[in-house]
Design a protein around this ligand. Structure first.
Ligand SMILES: *[C@@H]1O[C@H](CO)[C@@H](O)[C@H](O)[C@H]1NC(C)=O
Ligand SMILES: *[C@@H]1O[C@H](CO)[C@@H](O)[C@H](O)[C@H]1NC(C)=O
Length: 402
């Protein structure tokens, strides 16, 4: 560049340099704002802004949703493609809202004893669900992507069976060969629809050169895979007085807790990776339908894009969570990353795990208090049909990090 300018102007005029510096400044600012703008997918916020039971009554009132009927707060957090999907599949918004809430609930259960407890508190950031931690491509964030994607797959599939989405039903197609004493029959949970819908909805807009996109897309797919792979066979006996001469079976969704447990295991064994530089990885583009097939195939194999950060480790499989950078320690309050820190957290004095006081309090002191707790106890069943309990009070020793 300098050569060109010299050839042209003979000498480097100070104005030219000033211009160059300005240009570099602008480019720098551009990349850093890009960085700052990287945050959680907006639709996650539906867990905060939409109450599924209100949505249900709205849906009943309007029967079908046009863009216009969407609650403005919801319209604001959905991309155009997502709004179209919601419009084309009346009833699905309720399932998505339930999914987002399920994900929050499950995350808080799985991480209840960890330094980062999946907090969605106001401190974190009123405008987002999980807060700024999502700007980091760490393990916890990989888990969040997989879990939210799995939850939407799960609730949409369940809603198909319940008949609350106009565009899907449960699945009557028989699958595979039957067994010796049973055959396929009845109404299976329509995981194919749930998966397909979640892929369109959850993955929407994740395209571009940012190395985060292949990571996020992969983790989304890991979530969906764990729902599908944990489907269970449920059977029913027919025949004279339950003799079970004929048995029919169908596919049922797993309990979501099971999916959460499986993803938590993947969290523990997640792979830190580098994204191979393949120029600009092409991700699906709606406006070029002829390219869709190819890019979809490419995406399914997205895990081939990753190289283990530690060359001695195995490359990640398609069911492994992947992440790019180590997690912060979550020990102390960090406004910039939306971390609350572990001050005030309860810890277990005798545990040597992450819930133990040493690890939870990051080597800091902890307070010990004896508190009175109330609990329902001595419950009896009274004919008919109430359960009556007493309230018991007892003293309990608790430890909290200082
Ligand atoms: C997470 O920990 C904070 C204290 O750091 C606490 O106030 C909050 O209730 C916890 N959240 C959950 C969901 O357990
Ligand atoms: C504390 O940790 C110990 C050892 O892991 C465990 O047996 C105990 O149930 C824990 N207590 C609570 C209150 O979780």
């Amino acid at each position: 560049m300098r050569v060109w300018w010299r050839g042209r102007a003979g000498v480097c005029h100070p104005l030219v340099w000033a211009g160059l510096l300005l240009l570099m400044g602008v480019m720098g600012a551009f990349t850093s704002t890009n960085e700052a703008k990287r945050r959680e997918p907006k639709w996650w916020r539906i867990a905060k802004v939409a109450d599924p039971s209100n949505l249900i009554s709205n849906h009943i009132k309007s029967n079908s949703l046009s863009d216009h009927d969407l609650d403005p707060a919801i319209r604001l957090i959905l991309r155009r493609k997502q709004r179209r999907l919601v419009r084309d599949n009346p009833g699905v918004l309720v399932a998505i809202a339930k999914g987002a809430r399920t994900a929050v609930h499950e995350c808080q259960h799985q991480f209840r004893n960890r330094r980062w407890n999946c907090s969605t508190s106001v401190f974190v950031n009123g405008k987002t669900l999980f807060g700024k931690i999502v700007t980091k491509a760490c393990r916890e964030v990989a888990f969040l992507y997989a879990l939210t994607s799995a939850a939407v797959t799960h609730t949409v599939t369940r809603a198909c069976t319940e008949g609350t989405i106009d565009s899907c039903n449960c699945d009557y197609r028989a699958k595979g060969p039957s067994g010796m004493d049973w055959e396929w029959g009845g109404c299976s949970d329509n995981i194919d629809f749930g998966n397909k819908f979640a892929r369109l909805f959850v993955d929407a807009g994740m395209k571009g050169r940012d190395p985060r996109f292949p990571i996020d897309l992969h983790n989304n797919e890991v979530g969906r895979l764990h729902v599908k792979d944990n489907m269970r066979k449920e059977c029913k006996c027919h025949g004279m007085s339950g003799s079970c001469t004929v048995k029919t079976c169908w596919w049922r969704l797993p309990y979501f807790r099971r999916v959460g447990d499986a993803l938590k295991d993947r969290f523990d064994g997640a792979s830190r990776v580098l994204v191979k530089n393949l120029g600009s990885p092409r991700t699906p583009n709606d406006r070029r339908p002829n390219r869709r097939r190819k890019s979809r195939r490419r995406r399914r194999k997205s895990f081939r894009l990753f190289r283990p950060y530690n060359p001695d480790h195995k490359p990640p499989s398609k069911k492994d969570l992947v992440y790019l950078e180590e997690s912060p320690d979550f020990c102390v309050r960090n406004q910039q990353l939306g971390i609350i820190g572990t001050r005030g957290r309860e810890c277990n004095k005798t545990s040597i795990g992450v819930d133990g006081c040493d690890l939870m309090c990051c080597g800091r002191e902890y307070h010990t208090q004896v508190v009175e707790v109330e609990e329902r106890c001595s419950c009896t069943f009274q004919w008919c049909c109430v359960v009556k309990c007493k309230t018991c009070k007892y003293m309990k020793t608790i430890h909290t990090c200082s």
